[in-house]
Design a protein around this ligand. Structure first.
Ligand code: NAD
Length: 311
């Protein structure tokens, strides 16, 4: 059973990856400082180290566990926090990744799979086909910069020390266990507010578009990367644009709550349109999204209803 160290494995996306690893016979081990992670997301029997990835004692985890693969999700994920505290943001996202890479090198990890973000592209000019991996890198926020810099370190570790990698740039991920903070938080915000009878806010006119991808499809991509896609970068999104107004309509009708949203001015750093072209992941990994937005939202709403956290 191959051991896989999952940083951020107690978080939203990480916990789905841990479940998929278990289902496919891998042995996941989690490193998570529990900043936004949740112990209840960790399946029974999975070892969890509450260690900061940027701290020197990360090495002790590697010494003890000797993982074969590392799937790296631990990050400061809140764009607004990156603007308030760029040093803290870089400390986790950049320095933390370097610390992890160094452990991977010292302990002969075979491959690292890194969760990057479409935030690295910034407000890219797009034709109908969406953003491909070779689009210019023009992050608009410190978060976008701190997600991209590790990509450069990862490439350098591959070139200098032969550490294989796969880098994923995700669109807006949504699904069960997501919290309103962080990227893509608009889905739990709308679900939470509409179910409580509050009026959600839309920044801008709501015609800005996003590419929403379901968390189980993201987990599936990470599992594929353990066997394929060495030293490549892949966009992971549905390649379908959905306006924020359309998302609002879909969630309202699934919840059967109809309240008009409040419109506030556009926030600085907000991207107008974001659509990822996933052809490369389809060709090289054999990955395609299995969930359309309606199906993913239905499962997400069922989850929130079941736990009565938001509803
Ligand atoms: N959710 C999205 O739409 C989205 C989009 C693009 C990229 N990503 C990336 O995917 C990854 C996972 O994001 P998520 O949405 O699951 O967020 P999340 O906040 O649920 O997960 C991040 C996890 O990292 C942990 N963590 C934070 N700082 C740490 C540190 N110093 N040491 C150890 N653990 C630490 C947190 O406790 C949390 O469990 C992140 O790297 C994020 O940048 C997410």
């Amino acid at each position: 059973m191959a051991k896989v160290l999952v940083t951020g494995g107690a978080g939203f996306i990480g916990s789905h990856i841990v479940e998929s690893l278990l289902a496919e016979g891998y042995e996941p081990v989690i490193v998570d400082i529990m900043r936004t992670g949740n112990r209840t997301f960790v399946p029974a029997g999975v070892v969890l180290y509450e260690t900061d990835i940027s701290a020197s004692n990360l090495e002790e985890v590697f010494e003890k566990e000797k993982p074969i693969y590392a799937i790296h999700l631990a990050a400061q994920v809140d764009v607004a926090s990156s603007l308030k505290d760029p040093v803290g943001d870089a400390g986790t996202n950049i320095v933390g990744t370097i610390r992890l890479l160094d452990c991977c090198r010292k302990f002969n990890v075979k491959k690292i799979v890194y969760s990057s973000s479409c935030a690295v592209y910034g407000d890219a000019e797009q034709d109908g086909g969406g953003i491909t991996e070779d689009f210019p890198i023009r992050p608009l926020t410190f978060y976008g910069i701190s997600k991209f810099s590790p990509e450069l370190y990862i490439r350098a570790y591959q070139q200098l020390y032969g550490l294989a990698f796969t880098i994923f740039r995700y669109a807006n991920v949504y699904g069960p266990r997501q919290t309103p903070k962080g990227e893509g938080g608009v889905v739990p915000i709308f679900i939470g507010k509409l179910s409580l009878g509050d009026t959600p806010v839309i920044y801008g006119d709501g015609e800005q578009t996003r590419d929403f991808v379901y968390v189980k499809d993201v987990a599936a991509a990470n599992l594929l990367a353990l066997r394929k896609g060495d030293n490549e970068i892949f966009n992971i999104g549905c390649s379908r644009p959905t306006s924020v107004n359309r998302l609002y309509e879909l969630i309202s009708s699934l919840l059967e709550v109809h309240v008009p949203p409040l419109y506030y001015p556009k926030r600085s750093g907000d991207i107008t349109d974001s659509l990822l072209n996933h052809s490369k992941a389809k060709q090289q990994l054999g990955w395609t999204p299995g969930y359309d937005l309606q199906a993913g939202l239905r499962e997400t709403i069922d989850y929130f209803r079941a736990i009565q956290q938001v509803l």
